[in-house]
Design a binder for this molecule. Structure first.
Ligand SMILES: [Mn+2]
Length: 419
């Protein structure tokens, strides 16, 4: 992404802020795993979306005065030869400016004094912080720590949640974001089709995962955008399965729910196939129901449709197919075989943090995820694609990854070879 993109994101955020306000955002701090080891650092996605700066311990302060004019400053870690010898080079002021388009770059050592001066200068009445939490039990982020201090140190400054404004911006994808997603879809396809080609009875789930990771590794250092779900046989009945210990036996289906990322944009794609390369009759029957349902959804999704109807209609349509085939007594019992919806947005996060709009609009990207779990048949899989809403309808961004039984079986006949 270019600095014009990041600058544009900030300008749209600033436009949504009230006059007389300060915005403070943080890239985040690493979380200790054990002893002297940390979990891989993952920059706060909103900070990344607004600055492009992908390192720990950074901050952004922007001030919007009563006339609406904005000044902004980014804070980076100072050079530290000893620290950099161990953990790599820190971003330099000019690099930070080139990436983000922010001209004023300072070191974090001046952050506290700058914030104090701004909070006490009398020009600003409120402060915007990115106060995102999924659960109240979640670990405090730097924004939550500052929130607590604001109450005691600057009780005359009111607090607003920037998260609401930022997730609104992230809902509608921009052309460069879609371009990155299209590339990520190609890489995801390479990973999934590699697993299809390598597939054979007796393979363990960890071996499928190794093939997927190997394939993604040919495209860059990032690997999967989120922990891959790869399972076989009965393990497919665990929706978020991460143990990779099981073995795919002759007649079992393999399920994956995976995604590569490119330029921070993710995909989220699922395919299911029989490990032996040939669908049996029951697998064919259920798979084609999922495929028909998915095709139906891609034929009707368009701007103006209600978001809730994506899950609702996919369940209703698939239920009718199952009833017609004699597998379901009453469409209202479809919950026995379809255990989840799947119309979540995807973008900077695999379950993207966006404003949940009721009505579908152009340039949203969300998953269409049709999962069928028939425990008596021992068949469970899902068919999940990434739907880009266009002006008049929609496009399946992950359509290049085989979807039909014929295309899947053709792919499995190919040899798995090195890249
Ligand atoms: Mn998924």
């Amino acid at each position: 992404m270019t600095k014009e993109y990041y600058r544009g994101n900030r300008e749209r955020l600033y436009a949504g802020m009230k006059d007389g306000s300060i915005l403070v955002l943080f890239s985040g701090s690493p979380v200790r795993k054990t002893n002297d080891e940390f979990y891989p650092f993952y920059t706060n996605r909103n900070f990344l979306y607004l600055t492009g700066l992908d390192q720990q311990e950074l901050a952004l302060i922007a001030c919007k005065d009563q006339g609406g004019a904005v000044i902004e400053k980014a804070y980076i870690l100072p050079p530290d030869l000893m620290a950099e010898r161990w953990t790599g080079e820190r971003i330099k002021p000019q690099e930070a400016a080139d990436v983000s388009g922010i001209e004023d770059i300072a070191f974090v050592s001046s952050f506290e004094a700058d914030l104090h001066r701004l909070c006490t200068c009398g020009r600003y009445e409120r402060i915007y912080l990115d106060l995102f939490r999924v659960s109240t039990a979640d670990r405090d982020e730097p924004a939550h720590m500052l929130l607590r201090r604001m109450g005691s140190d600057y009780p005359f400054i009111s607090v607003e949640n920037a998260n609401i404004l930022i997730r609104r911006l992230r809902t509608i994808k921009q052309p460069c974001e879609l371009e990155a997603m299209r590339r990520a879809e190609e890489i995801t396809c390479a990973g999934i089709t590699s697993m299809m080609k390598a597939s054979k009875p007796g393979m363990y789930e960890y071996q499928y995962k190794a093939v997927f990771d190997y394939a993604l590794g040919q495209y860059g250092p990032q690997g999967p955008g989120f922990p891959s779900i790869i399972s076989a046989g009965k393990n497919n009945f665990c929706i978020h399965y991460y143990s990779y210990k099981g073995q795919a036996l002759d007649g079992d289906m393999v399920l994956n729910d995976v995604g590569a990322w490119h330029d921070h944009m993710m995909t989220d794609v699922s395919r299911g196939w029989p490990c032996n390369g040939r669908f049996n009759e029951r697998q064919k029957l259920l798979y084609n129901m999922a495929l028909d349902t998915s095709n139906h959804m891609f034929s009707i999704i368009k701007p103006g449709m209600k978001m809730a109807d994506v899950d609702g209609e996919s369940h209703r349509y698939c239920a009718e197919l199952m009833k017609d085939a004699g597998l379901l007594d009453d469409v209202k019992n479809i919950g026995k075989y379809m255990w989840h919806g799947g119309a979540h947005h995807v973008g900077y996060d695999v379950h993207d943090v966006v404003e949940t709009l009721e009505v579908i609009a152009p340039n949203m990207v969300f998953c269409v995820d049709i999962g069928i779990y028939h425990e008596e048949f021992g068949i469970g899989f899902r068919l999940e694609d990434n739907c880009l809403v266009t002006e008049t309808g929609c496009e399946n961004l992950s359509a290049m990854t085989p979807r039909t039984i014929e295309a899947l079986e053709d792919m499995m006949r190919k040899d798995f070879t090195a890249f």
